[in-house]
Ligand binder design. Structure first.
Ligand SMILES: Nc1ncnc2c1ncn2[C@@H]1O[C@H](COP(=O)(O)OP(=O)(O)OP(=O)(O)O)[C@@H](O)[C@H]1O
Ligand SMILES: [Mg+2]
Length: 211
């Protein structure tokens, strides 16, 4: 399948809708082990992104990702702003000015985004961060696409794996970010960034259906 500008606009809109609907939930998760701003941060960033997309002429997948990345970098502070900003900027760089992206190129963009997250935040799997969702999901996608399956075929599994990986952060002790200051008291809570990352992959998949 090929992913055009329309697809990426749908993806951003669906992601923004999840962040708006789950603003309080994400904020509660962050209140338990952080400073209670993740939902507010992400919703503000997504709204800024939609506003910019409405006023600029971003006509390619790369230009759309770049517009979103810039909006996140300039409107969201803390850890999540630069981390998610990097995600979209890296995807934009990977897509360059292609009109359409195929499954392999989409996964290559996501791989670059994961490298960006890890380069910036220095977190590894098991540290109770968004990396705990990103790494297994991107690896799963890469492996399956390389073996000739298509994203639409594996999307149900992608969503299930993202959800499972998000829930698997509950028993972990945080080793990065503000939650790490809590030490053992961070155990027993789901990581907010892993949760917003689950919405990210869910949105990527749901945008295929043209919802
Ligand atoms: N070094 C890191 N690497 C990857 N992800 C991180 C890192 N630090 C924090 N995160 C993610 O960011 C989320 C918190 O985002 P939030 O929007 O609340 O920003 P923040 O309040 O500045 O973050 P924090 O309180 O963790 O410094 C965490 O749940 C985690 O998933
Ligand atoms: Mg926070």
């Amino acid at each position: 399948m090929m992913y055009d500008a329309e697809y990426f606009l749908r993806f951003v809109k669906i992601f923004a809708k999840y962040l708006e609907e789950n603003r309080e939930y994400l904020t509660q998760l962050d209140a338990a082990i952080g400073d209670g701003d993740h939902g507010i941060n992400m919703d503000r960033g997504a709204k800024a992104a939609l506003e910019r997309l409405g006023t600029t002429n971003a006509g390619t997948p790369g230009a759309i990702m770049r517009t979103v990345g810039m909006a996140l970098l300039s409107s969201v502070g803390g850890a999540a702003g630069p981390l998610y900003g990097t995600v979209f900027m890296r995807m934009s760089m990977a897509f360059r000015n292609k009109e359409k992206i195929d499954d392999k190129e989409l996964v290559a963009g996501l791989e670059q985004a994961l490298l960006g997250i890890k380069g910036l935040g220095k977190a590894e799997v098991g540290d109770k961060t968004m990396v705990d969702v990103w790494e297994p999901v991107v690896e799963f996608m890469k492996e399956n696409i390389e073996n000739g399956r298509t994203l639409p075929e594996i999307c149900e599994d992608v969503i299930a794996l993202a959800e499972e990986s998000m829930k698997a952060t509950i028993p972990l002790q945080a080793r990065k970010g503000r939650a790490s200051y809590l030490g053992e008291r961070s155990i027993g809570h789901q990581d907010p960034g892993a949760t917003s990352s689950y919405y990210f992959f869910r949105s990527l998949c749901e945008a295929i259906g043209g919802r």
